[in-house]
Write a new protein. Structure first.
Ligand SMILES: O=c1ccn([C@H]2C[C@H](O)[C@@H](CO)O2)c(=O)[nH]1
Ligand SMILES: [Zn+2]
Length: 139
């Protein structure tokens, strides 16, 4: 399920995601991923994927950015940009969709860009993870 219209990702997050991807540690898949989010208070925080010889222990770029955000003292973000390799739309895995869900409002925007910084997809959180389970369900 994708949006009909694609809204361009903001330039500063594109640059941060591409810079983060350059730091990826992905010797096994060789699929380098970068992510950059903007917190509610306006900080830009990035992450890259970090793989492990014990394959399941690898961490996605989005998860790394979210961990760094929490460490920085923030728990909400409005937009995130994700970039993989080439022209492949690197859409977040299921686990990352749930992690993104925890720290966003339903109107947050998830941008997927390509190598060249072109926006391939712009999705609301509701499109990314419809009918999701979140903190409100526990109240
Ligand atoms: O949205 C995604 C999809 C994949 N990966 C990573 C996990 C693994 O290290 C590599 C190949 O799946 O890419 C991410 O970081 N984010
Ligand atoms: Zn993931």
């Amino acid at each position: 399920m994708t949006s009909q219209t694609v809204t361009d990702a903001p330039r500063d997050l594109i640059d941060a995601a591409l810079a983060a991807r350059d730091k990826a540690y992905a010797p096994y898949s060789k699929f380098h991923v970068g992510a950059a989010l903007r917190t509610e208070r306006g900080q830009i925080i990035a992450g890259c994927n970090v793989e492990n010889a014990a394959y399941p222990e690898g961490v996605c770029a989005e998860a790394g950015a979210i961990s760094a955000m929490v460490l920085a003292g923030e728990t909400k973000f409005d937009e995130i940009v994700v970039v993989g390799l080439g022209d492949v739309a690197c859409t977040p895995c299921g686990g990352c969709r749930q992690k993104i869900r925890e720290f966003t409002g339903s109107d947050a925007t998830i941008y997927i860009i390509n190598d060249a910084g072109k926006t391939l997809l712009s999705l609301t959180r509701e499109e990314l993870i419809p009918h999701s389970f979140g903190p409100e369900n526990l109240k």
